[in-house]
Design a binder for this molecule. Structure first.
Ligand SMILES: CC(C)(COP(=O)(O)OP(=O)(O)OC[C@H]1O[C@@H](n2cnc3c(N)ncnc32)[C@H](O)[C@@H]1OP(=O)(O)O)[C@@H](O)C(=O)NCCC(=O)NCCS
Length: 210
């Protein structure tokens, strides 16, 4: 397989046609792994593409990978979620390319937000670590109820509730720009910039795919 022919790019409305297939890929891989997963509806995935909050990998017309971002707690946090690579395209460095662009997208659109991900995947933990994420308990992540409601479809949801959303089978990983880029913390304008970048997301969106 020629990996240099696979393009990884910021998604837009043109890619909404792949939403159903992405949900299927996510579901099938969760069944195969036997681990829990937060299920997403095609409309939810399509909305992320339309609003420029997703990344797709394409081999010609075939969708072979995906991930998306969403902001929580009024823009204090951004989650990178839903990473999936088509089983036929794994171990080619594709997840790394998707992760890198998703991270870039999150940093460009929400530069003052903490970026986090929850995962049971060793591959994801390795990639997050390289990007500067640190392991944390789930209590360090957004406390936005809507985010955790996304876990309702997971087989381990009871475990999460039993532990008051502090710990679960997923590991929490957090990138804090105030630690990695201390200059971001010191500006008196930071709270205003945070609000602005959250309220006017399209203004800050990445223009074109790599
Ligand atoms: C996890 C997944 C996205 C990895 O995709 P991929 O394209 O095969 O990953 P890459 O080839 O880019 O590899 C990235 C890194 O992860 C490592 N890796 C990949 N698969 C791995 C595995 N099964 N176990 C341990 N490490 C793994 C690679 O060695 C590489 O690390 P390195 O740079 O140190 O060599 C893919 O297996 C998948 O879609 N799994 C099902 C869905 C899933 O688990 N998503 C994550 C939910 S949080």
């Amino acid at each position: 397989m020629k990996t240099n022919e696979i393009v990884v790019l910021a998604a837009n409305a043109e890619h909404m046609k792949y939403a159903e297939h992405i949900c299927q890929l996510i579901y099938e891989s969760a069944l195969q792994r036997g681990t829990g997963i937060a299920r997403r509806k095609p409309e939810y995935i399509a909305e992320k593409m339309k609003s420029g909050k997703a990344v797709v990998a394409l081999d010609g017309d075939r969708l072979v990978g995906f991930s998306y971002i969403e902001c929580w707690s009024h823009g204090d946090y951004v989650a990178t979620s839903g990473l999936i690579v088509d089983p036929e395209y794994r171990h080619l460095g594709l997840a790394k390319r998707i992760k890198d662009l998703t991270f870039k997208l999150a940093r460009a659109r929400f530069p003052y937000a903490k970026i986090f991900s929850i995962t049971t995947s060793l591959a994801v933990m390795k990639m997050n670590t390289r990007l500067g994420y640190k392991p944390v308990t789930l209590s360090e992540l957004t406390q936005d109820d809507e985010y955790w409601q996304g876990c309702e479809g997971c087989v381990n949801y009871e475990v999460l509730l039993r532990n008051n959303r502090r710990i679960c089978l997923c590991n929490g990983m957090l990138y804090d720009p105030a630690i990695e880029h201390p200059a971001k913390k010191s500006s008196p304008f930071t709270p205003y910039l945070m609000k602005l970048t959250t309220k006017l997301p399209n203004f800050f969106s990445l223009k074109k795919p790599e």
